[in-house]
Design a binder for this molecule. Structure first.
Ligand code: ADP
Length: 162
């Protein structure tokens, strides 16, 4: 059996927390598709193309990981690909309520779907893309929390917007 999973998210930008989840999932699944949400109007720092490029330069280097863009309903995307499992990361308790709601809604929309939650290494528990952006915007260092390419992209983006 080929066990495939979709890891959906905004990834604005990808952090070491996301990569930690992907590496853990590789021990359980044969193929991971990172599905990057392309939602116009969402207040994002990076374009869809930039978010995909950063993922390709990091997670995309791992075997059995592919990066794709997606829009619309996640369950439709899964159904089209014959994939039945959604992967999400769980950090603090605060993630739980939202994730629980989404997982049950997805199951209602497509009853074959299961959602799987993985917890990152403790050092990434308090890490989020928004916090990373805020720190870099204010001039802080995020070394060790995001891949090098992402750190560079963030510095460039904020230098341009200053
Ligand atoms: P979304 O807008 O869909 O929440 P994110 O890119 O913020 O997109 O997150 C995608 C997934 O990765 C979510 O399941 C989120 O909980 C998880 N995630 C984000 N940051 C971390 C982290 N530091 N450790 C573990 N999981 C994380």
């Amino acid at each position: 059996m080929n066990r495939e999973v979709v890891y959906p998210g905004t990834f604005d930008p990808v952090t070491n927390g996301h990569l930690d989840i992907i590496k853990r999932a590789l021990q359980m699944f044969d193929q991971i598709t990172v599905a990057v949400v392309d939602k116009p109007g969402k207040n994002l720092l990076f374009t869809t193309r930039e978010r995909i490029e950063m993922l390709q330069a990091t997670a995309g280097k791992l075997s059995n990981v592919k990066i794709e863009r997606f829009e619309g309903l996640l369950v439709d995307y899964l159904q089209q690909r014959n994939i039945f499992v959604i992967l999400r990361g769980l950090r603090a308790v605060s993630d739980f309520e939202y994730e629980f709601q989404i997982a049950l809604m997805n199951r209602k929309l497509y009853s074959n779907i299961e959602s799987v939650f993985l917890m990152p290494s403790q050092e990434y528990t308090y890490l989020s893309s928004s916090l990373i952006k805020e720190v870099v915007r204010l001039g802080g260092k995020v070394e060790g929390l995001v891949p090098g390419v992402v750190e560079e992209a963030l510095n460039k983006k904020f230098a341009l917007t200053k």
